[in-house]
Design a protein around this ligand. Structure first.
Ligand code: CA
Length: 716
C-alpha cells in the first residue's frame, strides 16, 4: 500500500513511547510527486455544490452547501455494510492529531493533516500525487500551542484553499500542489489563529479565526476573491471603540448591548468554525464565538446581551452586510459559543413547510431556526442544561437559572466550556428526518471568587477567562458522551448510544439508511440511521477524531476517514482521554478507505501505551514547583492537565530531558523540536524554565508515589 515516506531523519524525542516512537519530519516546501490527470478542467460551481445529486464527489466540508453530510450513495447500505473491508490505506507516520474532513473531486482525494500539510492522493489507491507544506512552523510566530489542528480545506475551480494556523489563506493548484496566491487574513500583532475550513461561495472564499481566549480580541470574518485573493469584504462580530466610529449600522446596534469600556477589556465572538452558504436564499450564515473574557462582569460590567456573541448571524454574501441574527446565549459567561455547524433542511413543522436551520451549540439546546428571517421555531435541551430551564419561544431568549452565572457564589454548571456539542460534525438525513452528532454530558464548577477588573488585568495568562473552572463537587456517574439521533421536528431524541470518554468525532449519514461514526476507542462503526442498531465495527487501532466521508469512483463506493486522535481541545481531556493509551508518536496515523470489494489488511497495530513517569536525579523545590504550575497553564492544551498527556504531546513526567537545563531550554526556548509540533517560547527566562522543570518533576514524583492525578475540570 502507499506509504508517504520511508526514510527521514528520526525525531528521537523522549522515548517513553517505546519501539516505534519515531516521528518522521517534513522539510522544505511543496513537493510535487506527480500530476493529476484530468480530462477537462473541473469546474466546481454554485450548481454543482448546491445539488451534487450523484454523490460521487465530496466537494466541500459539509459535502454540499446545506452542510448535511448526507450522501445519496446506496451501494453500501444497511443490508450489506457488514461486508465493508479495507480497500486501501495510507500510513502517515509524521502526523499527529488528524481531525479534518477530506474532499474528493473526480477521483482525487485531498486532505489536510498535521502542520497544515495538504496532500492529494488517488482516491482509489491512496497513492500520493502531491504534497503542499505551507510551512506553518516558520510562520507561526507568537501563535503558539496548538498549531497542529485543522478541520478542512476548500475546493473551487481547480484550486484547493488552505487556511493555516498562523492566519494565512492560500490557494493551491489542485493539479500540481503549487501555491497560486497567499494572503494574510489576520492583522499582525493579533493573537488569532485558524483551525476551520475555508468556505467557498459565488467565487469568494470566506475565512474567520479563533483566539477569543488570547486576550481582548475582536472577531471578524473576511471574504476574498477566489481567483485572486483580493479582499472582497470583512464583517466584524463585535463593536469596537465608539470613538473610532462604527463600521456599519449593525455595529452601532450591537454597541447598544455592551456596557463599560468593552473595547479595552474584551470583545471576542471569533468565528472559528461554522459558516454555511444558503444557495437557495442567497444568504451566508456565521456561527459566532463566546465572549473575551468569558466572564461578562469583566468585559461588560453593566450587563447586556453583547451582540453578536454566541449567535447565528446572516450576511449578504456579496457585500458582507448584516441581514438578521439569532443569539443563542445572550450575555454569555460560560464559553457557550455558537460556532457549531449550521445545517440547512426543509422541514414540515405543524403542517407548515419551513426553511429551517439546525444548530446544536455548546449551550446544550437544539435550535430549529427559520432561516428566512432568523425567527426561532423551537428549541429543546439535548443534554442537561443547568444554566437555563428552557428557551422562551415568544422572546427566543433562555430562561436562566438564578446563580448559574456564578454571580453570587461558585456554581456547578452543565454544559461546560467543552459544550454539550462542539465542532464535531452533525449530519442530517432527509430520509429519516434525523440529525446525528456526538453530545457531551459533563459539568464543571465555575468560580470568579476574588476576580475583578483589577485582579483580572494583573494576571496576564488568564487573558480570556476571568473565571476558574474545577471538578469540585461534580458527580461521576453515567456516560460522559453519546451519539445522538435527534428529531428536529418533534424536538426529541429518536435514539442514543452511550459512548466512552469525551471528544468523540462527528458523523456521516447516507441514503443506504446508515450513520457512520468513529470513536475515541479506535473503532469506526456503522448504525442503521432509523433505529441506531449497530451493523458494523472496524478496529483501527488508534482513537479517531475525524468524521468519515463517502464517495464513488468507477462504480465503487468508498467510505474514508483519517485516523489520528487529536484536536485542539483533546489534550485537555486529561486522565479521561489518556486511559486509552493513544500516546504521542506511538500508534501510526492513517488515511483509510473501505469498500465492499476491499481486500486489504491493515498493518499490525501498536498496543495502547500509557507513558510511565521516570525516576530522575532531581530535587524538587516546592515553591518553584508552585510557580511552574502557574506557568504551565500555557502548556496544558497539548501536554494535558496535571501533565497527564492524552497524546497531543509527550507526557513530560516520562521525560529524562527535563533533568537537563540545557536540553530543556533547547526544546522550549530555542524550538529544537518545532517540526515535531513544539513551538519555541523564545521569551521564556531562565527563571521560568527552572520553575517549569520543578513543576514537571513534582508531578512525576507524585505519579511515582502512586498519587492519582485529578480528573481535570470536566467531569460527569
Ligand atoms: Ca471559546
Amino acid at each position: 500500500m502507499a506509504k508517504l515516506r520511508d526514510s527521514s531523519s528520526a525525531h528521537s524525542g523522549d522515548q517513553m513511547v517505546g519501539k516505534h516512537g519515531l516521528v518522521l519530519v517534513f522539510l522544505g516546501a511543496a513537493v510535487v510527486v506527480g500530476c493529476v490527470e484530468s480530462e477537462a478542467d473541473t469546474v466546481v460551481n454554485d450548481a454543482s455544490l448546491a445539488e451534487q445529486g450523484s454523490g460521487e464527489n465530496w466537494l466541500a466540508y459539509g459535502r454540499t452547501y446545506d452542510e448535511q453530510r448526507f450522501s445519496p450513495l446506496t451501494q453500501v447500505d444497511a443490508s450489506n455494510v457488514s461486508g465493508l473491508q479495507v480497500d486501501w490505506f495510507l500510513e502517515l507516520p509524521a502526523d499527529r492529531g488528524l481531525v479534518s474532513t477530506p474532499l474528493v473531486v473526480d477521483g482525487v482525494l485531498y486532505f489536510i493533516g498535521s502542520m497544515n500539510i495538504v496532500r492529494a492522493v488517488d482516491a482509489t489507491t491512496g497513492t500520493v500525487l502531491w504534497e503542499y507544506d505551507p510551512l506553518v512552523r516558520e510562520h507561526a510566530g507568537r501563535m503558539r500551542a496548538g498549531w497542529d489542528h485543522n478541520r478542512g480545506i476548500g475546493f473551487w475551480n481547480g484550486k484547493v484553499y488552505v487556511a493555516t494556523w498562523d492566519g494565512r489563506l492560500n490557494a493551491v493548484d489542485a493539479a500540481t500542489g503549487e501555491e497560486i496566491w497567499s494572503v494574510t487574513t489576520v492583522d499582525p500583532g493579533e493573537a488569532l489563529y485558524i483551525t476551520g475550513a475555508p468556505k467557498i461561495f459565488k467565487g469568494k472564499v470566506l475565512i474567520g479565526n479563533g483566539g477569543t481566549e488570547n486576550g481582548p480580541t475582536r472577531g471578524y470574518v473576511t471574504a476574498y476573491d477566489a481567483e485572486t485573493g483580493e479582499q472582497a469584504w470583512r464583517f466584524y462580530i463585535v463593536p469596537g471603540n465608539p470613538a473610532d466610529g462604527f463600521e456599519s449600522e449593525a455595529m452601532e446596534m450591537a454597541a447598544e448591548t455592551w456596557t463599560g469600556e468593552w473595547w479595552r477589556h474584551g470583545g471576542g465572538g471569533n468565528a472559528w468554525h461554522g459558516f454555511t452558504y444558503d444557495a437557495e436564499l442567497d444568504q451566508l450564515y456565521i456561527g459566532t464565538g463566546n465572549g473575551s473574557p468569558w466572564n461578562r462582569k469583566i468585559r461588560s460590567p453593566g450587563g447586556g446581551d453583547n451582540l453578536f456573541l454566541c449567535s447565528v448571524v446572516a450576511l449578504d454574501p456579496d457585500t458582507g452586510d448584516y441581514l438578521w441574527h439569532y443569539q443563542t446565549t445572550p450575555g454569555e459567561s460560560w464559553d457557550y459559543n455558537s460556532n457549531m455547524d449550521m445545517v440547512l433542511a426543509d422541514l414540515t413543522i405543524e403542517g407548515r413547510q419551513r426553511k429551517a436551520m439546525l444548530h446544536a451549540p455548546k449551550n446544550g439546546f437544539f435550535y430549529v431556526i427559520d432561516r428566512t428571517n432568523g425567527e426561532l421555531i423551537s428549541a429543546e435541551p439535548f443534554t442537561t442544561t443547568t444554566w437555563a430551564t428552557h428557551i422562551d419561544l415568544a422572546t427566543g431568549r433562555p430562561a436562566e437559572v438564578p446563580g448559574a452565572r456564578y454571580e453570587t457564589a461558585a456554581a456547578l454548571v452543565s454544559p461546560t466550556p467543552l459544550g454539550g456539542h462542539s465542532w464535531q460534525s452533525m449530519s442530517f438525513n432527509p430520509q429519516t428526518g434525523l440529525a446525528y452528532y456526538p453530545a457531551m454530558h459533563v459539568q464543571t464548577r465555575y468560580s470568579d471568587d476574588g476576580v475583578d477588573l483589577e485582579s483580572f488585568q494583573s494576571v496576564s495568562y488568564q487573558g480570556g477567562f476571568g473565571v476558574t473552572i474545577t471538578a469540585e463537587g461534580a458527580s461521576r456517574e453515567g456516560s460522559m458522551s453519546s451519539l445522538q439521533a435527534w428529531d428536529p421536528v418533534r424536538q426529541e431524541l429518536a435514539w442514543e448510544i452511550p459512548l466512552e470518554g469525551i471528544f468523540n468525532p462527528g458523523t456521516l449519514t447516507t441514503a443506504g439508511n446508515l450513520v457512520f461514526q468513529g470513536r475515541i476507542d479506535g473503532t469506526l462503526r456503522a448504525y442503521r440511521a432509523d433505529t441506531g442498531q449497530e451493523l458494523w465495527v472496524s478496529d483501527l487501532g488508534l482513537g479517531i477524531s475525524a468524521p468519515p466521508i463517502t464517495y464513488s469512483v468507477d462504480g465503487r463506493q468508498y467510505v474514508a476517514l483519517l485516523v489520528g486522535w487529536g484536536g485542539a481541545m483533546s489534550g485537555l481531556g486529561g486522565v479521561v482521554s489518556a486511559q486509552y493509551g493513544w500516546a504521542y508518536g506511538a500508534q501510526t496515523r492513517m488515511l483509510v478507505a473501505f469498500s465492499l470489494a476491499g481486500a486489504e489488511t491493515l498493518p499490525p497495530f501498536m498496543e495502547p501505551m500509557i507513558p510511565q513517569a521516570v525516576e530522575a536525579d532531581f530535587e524538587v523545590d516546592a515553591q518553584l514547583a508552585a510557580a511552574g504550575e502557574r506557568l504551565y497553564g500555557l502548556c496544558r492544551s497539548c501536554h494535558g492537565p496535571e501533565l497527564v498527556s492524552a497524546g497531543m504531546a509527550p507526557d513530560l513526567r516520562a521525560s529524562h530531558l527535563i533533568v537537563s537545563a540545557e536540553a530543556f531550554a533547547s526544546v522550549v526556548r530555542e524550538g529544537s523540536r518545532a517540526v515535531g509540533g513544539m513551538p519555541a517560547y523564545a521569551d521564556f527566562s531562565d527563571d521560568r524554565l527552572l520553575a517549569l522543570r520543578h513543576y514537571i518533576r513534582r508531578q512525576a514524583e507524585l505519579a511515582l508515589a502512586g498519587v492519582e492525578p485529578r480528573a481535570g475540570p470536566f467531569v460527569r
